[in-house]
Design a protein around this ligand. Sequence first.
Ligand SMILES: [Zn+2]
Ligand SMILES: [Zn+2]
Length: 419
Amino acid sequence: MLLSSLFPLLLTLLTLALAATQQDFYKILQLEKSCNDRDLKRAYRTLSKKYHPDKSSGDEQKFLEVAEAYETLSDPTTRKIYDQYGHDGLANHKRTGGQQQHNPFDLFSQFFGGGGRQQQGVRRGHDMEVKLSVPLRDFYTGREVPFSLEKQQICDTCSGSGSADGHVETCSRCNGRGIVIQKHMLAPGMFQQIQSHCDVCGGQGKTIKRPCKTCNGSKVVRKPIDLVADIEPGMPRGHRVIFENEADEHPDYVAGNLNVVIDELQPKIETGDSDEARKHRNDGAFFRRKGPDLYWKEVLSLREAWMGGWTRNLTHLDGHIVPLSRQRSEVVQPGHIEAVQGEGMPIWHDGHVHEHDEHHASHGKLYVEYVVVLPDQMEAGMEKDFWALWEKWRKKIGVDLLKDSGRPEVAAQHAKDEL
Ligand SMILES: [Zn+2]
Ligand SMILES: [Zn+2]
């Protein structure tokens, strides 16, 4: 009785376990179920390059999984089926001839050109370089910075064939060779052969009767692409982040690399009232960076510099507080520079943040320079009081500042100068 009621349950569990062996397409692409077309493209670009079997980080199994996941989710029909009925639904759909599987390497070449696999003699496009400016706090905390860039891309409409109906014919004039040979008679019986580009197909060897409307038969279009630059904590100013095969694309060659130079945005003080402006209206705009160290100017009043007994709470680039203070009677000389250990930039080494250990600091230093501001306006009564006080103590215990300076003595008028 008990056993017979358990059996269907066991069967259900077994079926579930089998179904779970095929991984979720969204998980393969590291995306949420709510992702849009752009997210899909971005994920495919990143992961297919990472797992491409020609790369050192390659993994053919994963490369094929990424291609299958992308192909299914980028088509609205199959995505809907997958979302509702999962892998089983897709299998049914395929059986009834609904989805044609493409060669994963063709899919790859639609994104990056060059036929998917690196072959000997395949041309490579130019490398490109762009500048991306980010504020100092991004260098401190590290951030994934999305940016957009306009570049030449393989036409989606015709998948890079240039043809509206997919038909590409061999040029009848040059028989697909792209060149024609013309004979000129120089003298009776004497010929000169001139080899030139075929003007019918423009040297391509192929002609298209009905050019694609999107790209006008040129196989490529210029349009923006969304990328994300990973700024690592402590990365140096001017560092180049390399996006492999992300330069201008063309079906006839493998795209070159896109080099993104990470520059530091000139600091500015946010004055707006938006949330963004408020968030950034901290002390961040006033830090200056030199290598692994940060520089900061702190202003003290005459009383503070002289008498001590003050506290400052510095808001650091990531919002944490660095307290600065002096006890009562601790003097700070104008121009004094205090080095605060561990409050500089994170130390960055060749593509990874340096692990903290006993021999290496994890951060540089923060140099605080003290600027003392003397009051230039005083109430008359206050001025009188101070003057009297100075006179009283100067006469009692005044010292000669010139005495130890090593300079020749001029006159006796500065005999007792200061306290
Ligand atoms: Zn031709
Ligand atoms: Zn096209």
